[in-house]
Design a protein around this ligand. Structure first.
Ligand code: GAL
Length: 871
């Protein structure tokens, strides 16, 4: 039964399944009886132009693009002009244009990620990669005569395209969507014909469009939907749950039915059943656990109707975050019928949970207090760029969970829909954020350019797209807005929050506030006070604004939408080390002006920011604060503060760009997973001869409450964590080769231990894979690490040998390499990469079936291999 409706396939079926089902470029497709949603990811041709090749622009295309906004305006106001849109004469939209010389590729695709890191006009802030220009994508799509004769509606659904997308079918301008982070749908029906159809998509990615690496191209999935003219609308269902208890829950379902491509009134019957969602297959499992009463409605041609109904589910399996709760999911399957014949089938995955926002206790999920141990992340996936990949995104969330993290802020824009499937499945809470700017620009070509026309359609479609995800616990409508303290900012936040409340009355709204104080119109208005940095006190200041906000707004929840912004390069320790808990980074104070690295002691931050230790103290001193979202969980491309003028990627991550843990990973783990026996000691203990006898502070992260340090077998003393102490420090230790060993205690009992040894000369490579069995669907990935080791297999922590990667045999390909070094300008596509801090990474994709042998070699070192089984 091919009845999987849009949302279900888009959000839940792993991309590989959908890709397998995709028609090839000119393969005829079967006529579907209900909804058919297939991936259009395979078989595109692409060309990028650094100067405008077609004389088109958003301004000239706008009258044909704006009508796509109508579905998401309280008062639809745009009429498509009667004349054919511009571009009809542009060769790239023509059926007979010869694109054989264009690059052949599959989506998702980020045109900039291959490099190189020297794109003219693209500074460090945007990652130095060639994001700018006009990109054209072309693909043929075939329809059999049955589809046309049956009068089916045909839609193009795009999960996201960067940016200013405009779409032509058979030379006709269909429409478009400017905001590169949002998902959108276009109606191809009026332009579709039997046989071959030519799709052409133009993207326009300006310089200065962002404060970080935005990526470029059709970087998310593309879908083709063929459905009866009477069908469930785009993002057309809304499930809410109420009266949630272990005994029962009420589920309220709204189904919006659209009858837009026909002139005839139809009597439509809606029936919905609820099933448990199998977490592995992502399909309905077992028999129905609840049935909504059938409902009937008349939908006139060219209109929409919403049908509301409710059902009770007994003994519901609730959705909640681990470790105490479990992320159980359900799926509502709605069938639309006319005269007893099914015309559409639509699946809405959801979860049953309650949420309370308590100004003193914080977030309560199903009655349990859940302190927010969150991070902010940008959308890129390191060396893979912004091209969305389920496994790469899942790896990010899993490593955050390993650290004890439980929440993500999608800074500062809508994520790929697939990311929210992962957070639902893994039980990871989400602050879903949409904007970094409103009316006032931060960079010349950012969203402020189109905010007046697009804030409402973008915001409504975003909330409708994501509101069924149980992992989403809050909406954020903006970050550090230039207008935050003014009456204009106050009016804007009210307008945006009102829209969100209309689309989803069940969740509270927040915004990242870095300057505005209590009593501004914005802080008076917003549901949740989201503070960027001012809670812990910026830079050298310890003055916290938590108390003043709490006393002014005793009924509002407060959280740190952004905390820390600690900067560091993994494995690079610089001396001397500050004796402070947190210090402002500067040349020779935590930062090396020659190498452009920042100290891995993780005590340094820019003038507006703080170390983790300082943030923890301020959170603990103000127990009403619901938690924090650390800037950032993972390093990202762009914004390499404090070396924006020279580096390529950020220093802010707890985890580096390659996915290797920085030392502070363990500081967070010690706090966020107090039940996990762990100890971690830094720095490494393999220093050159000129360090011998010099002060080399030793710091320990542990979930214990006490620890004893041994330097070359001699105790350096046993220390107990004081109040507001989160790491144990032996700041007077002097270096001598050998080893350091820490034994941690909890409640007086031995709890965990850790050691570092002085390694000998680099002798060999050691290669390991995060997963040694992967799927061969050209989507699944294995992340393979090469470590430089001495003859005894000990990590050589400062090794920087150049490593050559290859696939010796088997159905696999190395798609990118990295080492987590923000200063490394070797393109991510290179198979040769220096180790950084003794480590390098290769990302391996499975394509087929068999054993893939991956090898790493380096001059003078014994090579090593790992076998990845592809199934
Ligand atoms: C914040 C901003 C983030 C990022 C961060 C770096 O002010 O909201 O997007 O720039 O600073 O510390």
């Amino acid at each position: 039964m091919f009845n999987a409706h849009g949302l279900f396939l888009a959000l839940l079926v792993p991309a590989h399944l959908a890709t397998t089902a995709a028609p090839t470029a000119s393969q005829p497709r079967a006529q579907a009886s209900t909804r058919e949603r297939t991936s259009l990811n395979v078989g595109w041709r692409f060309a990028r132009f650094t100067s405008n090749p077609d004389a088109l622009s958003y301004e000239t295309l706008k009258p044909w693009i704006l009508p796509a906004a109508n579905d998401f305006l309280s008062a639809p106001k745009y009429k498509r002009p009667s004349e054919p849109g511009p571009g009809a004469k542009v060769s790239y939209v023509q059926v007979d244009f010869d694109d054989a010389k264009w690059e052949k590729l599959d989506l998702p695709h980020d045109w900039a990620i291959k490099g190189t890191f020297d794109a003219p006009g693209v500074g460090g802030g945007l990652g130095r990669l060639p994001i700018n220009g006009v990109g054209w994508y072309r693909r043929r799509v075939s329809f059999d005569t049955g589809v046309i004769a049956a009068g089916k509606s045909v839609y193009l659904e795009m999960d996201g395209a960067m940016a200013y997308a405009a779409v032509w079918l058979n030379g006709n301008l269909v429409g478009g969507w400017p905001f590169g982070y949002n998902s959108f749908r276009l109606d191809l029906t009026p332009f579709v014909k039997a046989g071959e159809n030519q799709l052409a998509i133009r993207l326009d990615n300006a310089l200065d469009s962002s404060r970080w690496y935005p990526g470029a191209g059709i970087y998310r999935n593309v879908w083709l939907v063929v459905v009866d003219p009477v069908h469930v609308a785009y993002h057309g269902t809304y499930v809410t749950t109420s009266a949630v208890s272990p005994q029962a829950a009420t589920i309220v379902l709204a189904v919006e039915i659209e009858n837009v491509n026909s002139n005839s009134r139809q009597q439509v019957e809606v029936s919905t059943k609820v099933y448990e969602l199998d977490p592995v297959t992502r399909k309905a499992s077992g028999g129905a656990v609840a049935t909504f009463p059938g409902a009937r409605t008349n939908v006139a041609g060219g209109t929409k109707q919403t049908v509301n109904s409710s059902a009770t589910i007994t003994s519901p399996k609730l959705w909640g975050p681990p470790p105490k709760q479990h992320p159980n999911e359900y799926v509502a399957v709605s069938i639309l019928s006319i005269n007893g014949t099914a015309v559409d089938s639509y699946e809405t995955p959801f979860g049953i949970r309650s949420i309370r926002y308590d100004a003193n206790k914080g977030i309560l999920i199903n009655g349990e207090h859940v302190q927010i141990y969150g991070v902010c992340n940008h959308h890129d996936l390191g060396s893979l760029g912004t091209a969305f990949n389920v496994r790469a995104a899942e790896r990010q969330i899993q490593m955050l969970q390993e650290m004890g993290g439980n929440a993500l802020r999608t800074s500062h824009n809508p994520p790929a829909p697939g990311l929210l499937d992962i957070t639902d499945r893994l039980g990871f809470l989400v602050m879903d954020e949409i904007f970094d700017t409103w009316n006032n620009a931060k960079t010349k070509n950012d969203f402020s350019r189109i905010f007046p026309d697009w804030h409402e359609p973008d915001l409504r479609s975003f909330v409708r797209r994501d509101r069924n995800h149980p992992s989403v616990i809050s909406w954020s409508v903006g970050n550090e807005l230039a207008e935050q303290s003014s009456s204009v900012g106050g009016a804007t936040v009210k307008m945006l929050q009102d829209i969100v409340h209309k689309e989803d009355p069940t969740r509270q709204v927040t915004v990242g506030i870095n300057n505005a104080g209590p009593g501004t119109q914005l802080t008076d208005t917003i549901d949740i006070i989201g503070l960027n940095y001012q809670g812990e006190g910026k830079g050298n200041s310890w003055t916290s604004t938590f108390p003043s906000f709490h006393s002014k707004y005793p009924n509002k929840l407060i959280w740190s939408t952004e905390s820390a912004s600690t900067v560091s390069s993994r494995g690079v320790y610089l001396f001397p080390v500050t004796s402070s808990k947190s210090a402002v980074v500067a040349a020779n104070q935590g930062a090396d002006p020659t190498t452009h690295h920042v100290s891995a002691y993780d005590l340094y931050a820019p003038s507006w920011a703080a170390s983790p230790d300082k943030v923890f103290e301020q959170q603990d001193r103000h127990a009403f604060v619901a938690g924090e979202f650390v800037w950032t969980g993972w390093d990202y491309i762009g914004e390499p503060t404090p070396y924006d003028n020279s580096s390529r990627s950020s220093y802010f991550g707890i985890i580096d760009l390659a996915g290797f843990k920085k030392d502070r990973f363990f500081l967070y783990q010690a706090r966020w997973r107090p039940e996990l026996p762990m100890a971690h000691v830094l720095p490494h203990w393999t220093w050159p001869a000129d360090r011998v006898g010099k002060v080399t502070p030793v710091h320990v992260c542990t979930s214990g409450d006490e620890a004893e340090l041994f330097v070359n077998g001699v105790s350096a003393g046993r220390k107990k964590k004081g109040q507001y102490e989160y790491r144990l420090r032996w700041d007077a230790v002097t270096y001598a080769p050998g080893d350091i060993r820490v034994v941690a205690y909890k409640n007086g009992k031995e709890w965990a231990s850790a050691s570092r040894y002085t390694a000998g000369a680099a002798a060999a490579l050691n290669v390991t894979a995060d997963r040694t069995t992967i799927r061969g669907d050209a989507q699944d990935l294995s992340f393979v690490t090469a470590a430089v080791v001495d003859k005894d297999g000990r990590a050589v922590p400062q090794a920087s040998n150049e490593i050559s990667w290859s696939v010796l045999s088997g159905p696999g390909r190395i798609v990118s390499t990295d080492n987590g070094d923000p200063t490394d300008m070797v393109p991510f596509s290179s198979l040769k990469r220096r180790a950084f801090g003794g480590l390098a990474l290769a990302v391996v994709r499975g394509e087929g079936k068999g054993d893939v042998v991956v090898e790493a070699r380096a001059k003078g070192l014994l090579e090593a291999r790992v076998v990845v089984r592809v199934e």
